[in-house]
Ligand binder design. Structure first.
Ligand code: DP6
Length: 337
């Protein structure tokens, strides 16, 4: 008889960016993210009887085999099999699906590895009080940004002086958040839906001997400290300023690495300029951020939703491949199987 376990894990958008890492997925700086709600991976894990020794895993993505991602999962699991006893006892079949389209500026590795680790921990019978922290720790080892997807609302990853419990090993929930930041929206402007030309892994490597690395890492840590304060006090002006500086700093690093590259497109710049202009004219504190790609995340408060959405639809949508509307979310969920 086979038993199945289902976990849903959301993606997240970094407000302060993780860019540059050391051995064993240790980040070079702290990062801080907002967890999304509508963009998630749902993973069904089925335990079956084993036919051989070693890991027996079959991975289906949206109904079909996905050999590339299956390999990445296997490499990760080979290294950390001791953490997932279910793999020693059972063969596992995984069926995964995303609620969002590919290559649209939503981090699919964050939600996928979050869901994978949560499902494997559950299937292994892990029931300690630190379940979520363990899941964050183990998903970081698979993909750094995944460790932040485990928490509701906002998460901080990386050791920061003066912030108790902060760690490079796992993310922690940001506990003190002003109510005006608990109803945020994230509209993703799809400028381009081609797969990425340069992977995030390659980007992290290029920070190794980047001219500006040392100061960039300091800047990000500083932004995290400031952002913790901003989230506590509800200061929208500073929120906008840190988030946009971070987005541009991330892309400035790409443009100035030894092997330099450009991921933003004319449509990215057009959207950014329109958002800044709209903010100036309307007085609404709406801002943009970018991931490692050309698509633009527009962040704003739920109270401004109607006005901002009308602006996005009328001014920007005609030049885009689409807009995906998301919002701040409550973190992973174990589903009825
Ligand atoms: C630009 O988490 O994808 O989205 O640890 O190599 O899997 P790996 O990298 P990944 O990098 C994310 C980079 C980013 C910024 C961020 O999410 O903080």
């Amino acid at each position: 008889m086979s038993e199945s376990i289902v976990w849903r894990c959301p993606s997240n958008i970094a407000l302060v960016k993780y860019w540059g890492k050391k051995e064993n997925q240790v980040p070079c700086n702290a990062s801080l993210s907002m967890t999304l709600q509508n963009a998630f991976t749902e993973m069904r894990l089925r335990r079956e009887s084993k036919k051989k020794t070693g890991i027996e895993l079959t991975y289906y993505f949206e109904g079909g085999r996905n050999a590339g991602f299956e390999q990445r999962i296997l490499q990760y699991l080979e290294r950390h099999i001791a953490c997932f006893p279910v793999l020693k006892q059972y063969a596992v079949q995984i069926h995964s699906q995303n609620s969002f389209p590919h290559s649209t500026g939503i981090a699919s590795s964050a939600s996928a590895f979050g869901a994978l680790v949560l499902a494997l921990l559950s299937a292994s019978g892990y029931e300690e009080d630190n379940f979520m922290q363990r899941a964050s720790y183990l998903s970081r080892l698979a993909s750094g940004s995944a460790c932040r997807s485990i928490y509701p609302d906002y998460a901080l990853w990386g050791q920061l002086d003066g912030v108790t419990a902060s760690s490079n090993d796992y993310a922690i929930a940001v506990e003190e958040v002003h109510e005006s930041f608990l109803d945020m929206r994230d509209a993703i402007l799809v400028v381009d839906d081609e797969p990425k030309k340069v992977s995030s892994s390659a980007g992290h490597q290029l920070m190794k001997d980047h001219w500006y690395a040392r100061r960039r890492f300091q800047q990000a840590d500083n932004h995290c400290l400031n952002m913790l304060n901003v989230l506590k006090t509800g200061d929208f002006i500073q929120f906008v300023s840190i988030i946009e500086r971070e987005a541009l700093a991330l892309h400035a690093m790409m443009m100035t690495s030894e092997v330099y590259y450009l991921l933003i497109k004319p449509g990215t710049i057009h959207s950014i300029e329109a958002i800044m202009q709209f903010r100036k004219e309307s007085g609404i504190p709406v801002c943009f951020t970018l991931d490692a790609g050309p698509n633009v995340h527009v962040l704003y408060s739920g109270g401004d939703e109607e006005k901002v959405n009308t602006f996005l639809k009328t001014e920007l949508a005609p030049g885009l491949k689409g807009i995906i509307y998301d919002r701040i979310g409550k973190g992973p969920q174990k589903m009825e199987s």
